[in-house]
Design a protein around this ligand. Structure first.
Ligand SMILES: [Fe+2]
Ligand SMILES: [Fe+2]
Length: 139
């Protein structure tokens, strides 16, 4: 049984553009969970990683720009975490290049990436979003 994740209000940052972008991560990972259940994880893994690499890069750029405007206390941590994500994706792609794909690798990659995403949004993106909100509210 593959654990599936969906976006919900408990991880809303309140920024409609950022929330929409986060939802897209969940849609793609949810689809991949379906592929894992059908035993197609190995076949789909490379495509997933390529998407997450470029989509992640684009999203992080947008997020870092809006955060930079508001001097968020966790701005640096956010950038470091994004770098960590990119390193993780690149090392998984490298692993595939060297050793090929397997269902085991597809499952462990999925767990690693969903874990990262949920924790990152809850701990860092939401804290930055709260800071931005209070700046805008003047509190
Ligand atoms: Fe984000
Ligand atoms: Fe982030």
């Amino acid at each position: 049984m593959v654990k599936k994740y969906t976006w919900d209000e408990s991880i809303a940052t309140g920024d409609p553009a950022i929330d929409l972008q986060h939802k897209q991560f969940f849609v793609v990972l949810y689809d991949f969970a379906g592929a894992l259940e059908r035993g197609n994880g190995a076949k789909e893994l490379r495509k997933l990683l390529i998407f997450l690499k470029y989509y992640g890069e684009w999203h992080f750029g947008k997020e870092e720009n809006s955060i930079a405007c508001f001097n968020c206390p966790m701005a640096g941590e956010n950038i470091e975490a994004h770098k960590h994500y990119m390193v993780t994706i690149d090392s998984l792609l490298e692993q595939i290049r060297i050793s090929g794909v397997s269902e085991d690798l597809a499952h462990s990659s999925y767990e690693k990436l969903t874990d990262w995403l949920v924790n990152h949004i809850m701990k860092i993106d939401m804290a930055n979003a709260d800071h931005i909100k209070s700046c805008k509210d003047g509190t």
